[in-house]
Design a binder for this molecule. Structure first.
Ligand code: FAD
Length: 413
């Protein structure tokens, strides 16, 4: 990693943030031949980590990131167990592993190393304090390293600062919807009992994770990751309640020892309406490119990072970094993900409207109609709008379609 003083010439693109999305943008740009510099405020890539790292294998493959080195992958999963608040279990067994959990710090470092190997410059301990804005256009950044602040100019600044949105606000763009945030806790635990080694456990219900869900993911080394997010209240207290009181999770976790916890918000409101302005693109969590159903932001963030890199590179080559040209970024993101975001926002609203009793009823209904059979050959779980279209058009799913439509309409008159 370079120190910021070593960077004297003007790069084509400056990326704010060395998270997965910032580093992937830099990787793509470097591969396209652009000069790119990443500023990361921490002294190491990937830490502190706050993420469960549950990712779709197919999506990673499509992004050119799978197979991953063995030390990054903690486990792969071909089963999901969904528990209603009363403890009713609906299991889906898939024909082969469809998701994996990764060590997020190692995953982030892997992408950053690839970006550096492709020619990107990564500067650690380099906190972007502010944008340089001239005549309404972003022209660079001011970076603080130790006690010194320095200005760096670039043709385009890509903001991948994550959910905090401090830099985005300086552009005057409207940030993500604060009312659609949930507050997450992610913990690592030892001494968990009765885990199925290839199953992700999902716990639903207002008593344990109001406005979201809780999860338990075994690792191959016998430890596990457990976490949840909540719309209201203190996530730490909900985690304790889950581990001690939940009819199923408490049997697995009541004797477990927590070895690490991290807290961080998750944005569920769907992409911000405008993620560009002259000389500037926002990508990843800062642009709320996160699945409103599951809170997964890595794959959609990386997908948009690829688009941001292509548009930024083209803008630099054409010498046109105007807002008018950069709007192509928003359009291409919407073309790629807009349908799925629309469906997932509706599913999120629908899930939020269900009482605990209804969740119980819905899971029992899914088991009764054999939804697990319909899902067993599913390989793609990120693009949930397309997935829903695929499964609901199967004749066996007509009953499900009628049932969910009725529930949805009664919740959203
Ligand atoms: C509890 C929890 C569990 C989650 N589980 C999953 C999951 O299983 N699967 C999934 O896909 N997603 C999950 N997510 C979401 C996922 O973590 C995010 O979507 C993803 O990390 C977004 O990547 P990013 O690069 O946009 O932002 P971040 O990962 O937040 O990276 C932003 C980077 O920018 C740096 N930075 C910020 N400001 C500045 C600045 N001013 N100057 C320089 N550097 C700066 C930060 O230090 C950081 O390194 C989870 C989130 C939470 C909270």
């Amino acid at each position: 990693m370079l120190s910021v003083q070593l960077m004297k010439d003007v790069p084509d693109v400056i990326v704010i943030g060395g998270g997965p999305v910032g580093s992937f943008t830099a990787l793509k740009l470097a591969k396209l031949g652009a000069e790119v510099a990443v500023f990361e405020e921490h002294n190491a890539i990937g830490s502190p980590s706050h993420c469960a790292g549950h990712l779709s294998i197919r999506s990673l493959r499509n992004l050119g990131l799978y197979p991953l080195p063995r030390e990054i992958v903690e486990n792969t999963f071909s089963q999901a167990n969904f528990y209603s608040p009363s403890g009713f279990k609906f299991s889906v067994h898939l024909a082969k592993p469809v998701t994996c959990s990764v060590n997020r710090a190692a995953f982030d470092r892997y992408i950053a190393d690839k970006a550096e190997a492709a020619g990107a410059r990564c500067c650690l301990n380099s906190r972007v304090q502010s944008l340089l804005i001239e005549d309404g256009a972003v022209k660079g950044v001011t970076v603080k390293q130790e006690d010194k602040a320095e200005r760096f100019r670039a043709n385009i600044v890509v903001d991948a600062e994550g959910i905090s949105s401090r830099i985005l606000r300086q552009t005057g763009l409207a940030g993500l919807n604060g009312e659609r945030l949930v507050y997450g806790v992610e913990a690592e635990v030892e001494n968990v009992k009765d885990m199925e080694p290839d199953a992700v456990e999902v716990f639903l219900g207002k008593a344990y994770a109001p406005g979201f869900y809780a999860w338990l993911m075994p690792r191959l080394d016998g430890t596990a990751k457990v976490g949840l997010a909540t719309k209201t209240g203190n996530p730490k207290e909900f985690l304790q309640r889950l581990m001690l009181k939940h009819p199923v999770a408490s049997k697995q976790l009541s004797k477990a020892k927590i070895t690490r916890t991290a807290f961080h918000p998750i944005t569920l409101g769907g992409p911000i309406s405008k993620a560009y302005t002259s000389g500037f693109l926002a990508v990843g969590d800062v642009a709320s490119q996160v699945k409103p159903t599951t809170g997964g932001g890595v794959v959609f963030g990386l997908t948009c990072a690829g688009i941001a890199a292509e548009v930024a590179d083209e803008a630099v080559r054409r010498n046109d970094v105007s807002s008018h040209f950069l709007q192509m970024y928003q359009k291409r993101c919407a073309d790629t993900l807009g349908f799925d975001f629309g469906v997932m926002l509706r599913i999120r609203r629908f899930l939020d409207s269900l009482s605990d009793e209804k969740i119980d009823e819905v899971l029992r209904f899914c088991a009764r109609i054999g939804l697990n059979k319909t899902l067993e050959n599913v390989e793609e779980i990120d693009f949930q709008g397309q997935l829903l279209l695929k499964i609901l058009t199967k004749p066996a799913m007509f009953a499900a379609l009628a049932y969910f439509l009725k529930l949805y309409l009664s919740a959203n008159p």
